[in-house]
Design a protein around this ligand. Structure first.
Ligand SMILES: [Zn+2]
Length: 168
């Protein structure tokens, strides 16, 4: 599991920031944020990063989004939260994207490092047999996450103030 912060706070703030343009009710965006961490419930039923971390987990809310027009807002928010979880885990150890058809773990690893003399970039992607990161020992909210939370909260306050000024 990536940090709880990454899964909850980042998609929540992004959806809130674009709620006006997307026509989303901010109360629904808050109420449905549970879906941003729901895929990790497969840590209970196993296999973790497979049972609820696959594209088929997106099918039900996606079908509701397409077929039921009066539930489009709710199903759309759920789809975005689930997709954000899968995307973040894809970049953090990998997920069994096609489970139960295949247990292969799809992954992307992209990093840029600086060692005081030069930059080193690394890009790996593909399919392997196991998840590289399982979340053990990872903080739910790191110190860096707290710094990002402060920045995003300030951004949210600035956007709210600007919106209020536009309305008057
Ligand atoms: Zn996960």
């Amino acid at each position: 599991m990536s940090s709880l912060f990454n899964h909850v706070f980042i998609p929540l703030v992004i959806l809130l920031a674009f709620s006006d343009r997307l026509g989303l009710d901010p109360k629904k965006v808050f109420a449905l944020v549970f879906f941003a961490i729901l895929p990790d419930a497969d840590v209970i039923i196993q296999p973790h990063r497979a049972a609820f971390h696959n594209i088929f987990a997106l099918i039900i809310p996606l079908l509701l989004f397409i077929l039921i027009s009066n539930r489009r807002e709710t199903s759309g928010i759920i789809c975005l939260y689930l997709a954000s979880h899968l995307t973040l885990d894809l970049f953090n150890g990998g997920i069994s994207l096609l489970y139960p058809l295949s247990k292969d773990v799809f992954f992307v690893s992209a990093e840029l490092r600086f060692d005081l003399q030069s930059f080193t970039h690394m890009l790996e992607y593909g399919v392997r047999e196991t998840v590289a990161v399982n979340g053990k020992g990872e903080p739910l909210v790191s110190s860096e996450n707290t710094g990002i939370a402060v920045l995003l909260t300030l951004l949210g306050i600035i956007l709210a103030v600007l919106r209020r000024k536009e309305k008057f």
